[in-house]
Design a protein around this ligand. Sequence first.
Ligand code: COA
Ligand code: AMP
Length: 636
Amino acid sequence: MSDAGSPAAYRTAYDASLSDPEAFWGAAASAIDWVTPPTRVLDDTDPPFYRWYPDGELNVCVNAVDRHVAAGRGDQPAIHYDSPVTGTKATITYAALLARVRAVAGGLRGLGVEKGDRVVIYMPMVPEAVIAMLACARIGAIHSVVFGGFAPQELAARIDDAAPKVVLSASCGVEPSRIVPYKPFLDEAIRRSDHKPERCVVLQRGQQRAELGERDIDWRDFESGEAALAGADPVTVAATDPLYILYTSGTTGKPKGIYRDSGGYAVALRWSMENIYDVRPGETMFTASDVGWVVGHSYIVYAPLLTGATTVLYEGKPIGTPDAGAFWRVISEYDAVALFTAPTAFRAIKKEDSTASKVADYDLSGFRALYLAGERLDPDTYEWASRALGVPVIDNWWQTETGWPIAANPKGLELLPIKAGSPSVAVPGYDVRVLDGSGEPVPAGVEGAICIKLPMPPGTLPTLWHDDERYVSSYLSAYPGYYLTGDGGYIDEDGYLFVMGRTDDVLNVAGHRLSTGSIEAALAGHEAVAECAVIGVRDELKGQVPRALVVLKSGIDGDAEGERIRTELVARVRAEVGAVAALHQVDIVAGLPKTRSGKILRKTMREMADGGSPAVPATIEDASVLDALGPVLRGS
Ligand code: COA
Ligand code: AMP
C-alpha cells in the first residue's frame, strides 16, 4: 500500500488521509484478517463520538498470533525475552506462543472470565505478561495492565475503576539494585480497594517467591490445569469492543481509563509499522520500555506481533545491566532493525559512555533507525545519538490516549529532512492544529495549544472507560470540534511541529507520565501537612523530576521537625505512588501562591524553579507569598 521511497509518498498519503479518510482507512483495513469485514469505515453519526469500522468483527489475538502460524511463520521467533537482571534468555516462536496463549486463555475461561470481563495484569517484563495480554484478547476479555513500578494506592484506584474478575501478577519484579515484591503490593491494593477480584494468579519467580492466600493460584498450576489443557478458541468481538483499558495520569489523583477499541487499533498499528517505523514482517523490533506503558502495549506487544515481526522483551536498563553497551548488545544479538525507547535512556547512556565507545563492540550492520518518544527529544541528545549510531534518529510525539504517533518522521513512507527539536510532521490521519485561547489557529511559529481536529484516526481513544462525560470535559470541551492534547507548541513554516511541554500539571519523569494530584494526595495524607503543591522541574537525566512545596499545620515547628517530616514525606510518596515518582526534594514553605479563586500557581512556580522570570498573573491573591518563595524555588 505504501509508496516507500517515493519522494512525495508522505504528502500523498497525508492528503489522502484527510481528504477521504474512509477510503484511506478502508484500504488500510485490508491488512487485518476480519471475521466480518467492515462494510462501513467510519461512524460519524454521533459527534463528538466517532467509531471506526462499526460493523466489522475480528479477534486481535488471531491477528497477532494464529494467522502467522497459519501463514507458515510458526518457527519464526515471536518474542526474544532477554533479562540481564535475572540472567535469563528465551526465544518463543509463533507456534509456541500460540500454544501458551491458548492455554492461558483456557485457564482464564476456567476461572469464569468471559467476553467483556476485565482482567488486571500487574507484572514485570516477563513473557507471561505478554501471553496474558494476548490470552485476554483471545477470549474477548479486556485487559488492564498496571505498571509494576506503581505502589498499592495507584493499583487500588485502577482495580476499583476496572473492577476485574481476575488479577494476573507475579511474586516479584527485579530491579538492578533490589527485588521488588509485587505480591504484598497486590494484597495491600486489594485490601484498600472496594472492588475485590475473585482470583489472583501469581507467577512465582525464583528470585523471591510469594506466600499465596485463599484467593491465589500458582501460575504453574493455572497454565497446566485442566482448563488450560483444553485451551480456548478465539472469540469474535466487534471492532468497537474494547481490547484494553490503560490508565494514565491526568492532573487529578484519579487516573483516566483510556478505552482502546479492537479494530481501529489493529489497523492503525499494522499501518504504522511499515509506514512510520519501517519494520516489515519477519524483521525484529526492539522497544525498550515496559508493557505497563502505552509504548509497551503498542510497540513491544501488539504492533510487532500484528505484523508478523519479532519483538524483544527486555527486562533490564540502558545502563548498569551490566553497562552502557546493553542496548547495542541486544540489537546485534537479535539483529534488530529498529530500536524504540525514551530520550532519557539515551541521556543515561551518554552520561556513562560519553564517547559511545561501546557501540564499536557490536555488529550493528542490520540496524536502520532509532525512534525516541515519551518526552521531548532535546537537540543535544538528538545530536549525540545521531553521531553515536550513524542512523536516522526519529523523534515521535504521541500519548497514551492516541495509542500511536500523532507526529513523526514517516520513515517507512519517506524519510523527510530531520529538524532537531521537532518530531517532524503530522502523521496521516491526524489533522493537527495549534490554537490560541479563543480557538483561532495561530500563525506559523507562534505557540499555542496543540489540538487535533475530530475525528481522530483509528486506534485513538473513542472515549474513557465508563465515563463519556469525563472524556468530553477533559479533551473535547475546550475547543469544540477538536481534541485537546494538553501539550503546547508551534508549527513552523515548513509544517514541522515543535512540542514544548504540557500546558497542564501532568509530570513527565524519565518518560513516565505521573499526576501532580496523586503525589499531592500522598503528601496531604501526612498529619503535619496543611497544604502542598507539586511541580515538575527540569532535570538533566530524567527530563523532569517532581518537587514538593509543603505548608505545615500551625503549631508544628518546621525548624525542629522539618528534617523528620521531609524524610517521612519522601517515603510516603514512594509507598503510595511508587518509586518511579522519584520525589527527592521537599521544601517546607510559609505559604503557596494562589489566584483569588484559590488555584495554586504551579506553572508560575515551575517557571521560576527552572530559572525563568514568569509574569505574575494579575489574578494573584497575594504577590508577597510568591516573592517569598523566589529564593527557595531558585535555590538562591
Ligand atoms: N517495578 C518496580 N520498580 C521500578 C520499576 C518497575 N517496573 N521501574 C522502575 N522502578 C523503580 C526503580 O528501581 C527506581 O527505584 P529506586 O529509587 O529505588 O532506585 C525508581 O523506580 C525510579 O526508576 P527509573 O525512573 O527507572 O529511574 P532510574 O534512576 O532507576 O533509571 C533510567 C533511570 C533513565 C535508566 C530509566 O528511567 C530508564 O531506563 N528509562 C527508560 C525510559 C522508559 O522506559 N520510559 C518508559 C516510556 S517509553
Ligand atoms: P504518555 O501518555 O505517557 O505517552 O505521555 C504523553 C506525553 O508525553 C505527551 O502529552 C507529551 O507531553 C510527552 N511526550 C511524549 N512524546 C513526546 C515527544 N516526542 N516530544 C515531546 N513530548 C512528548
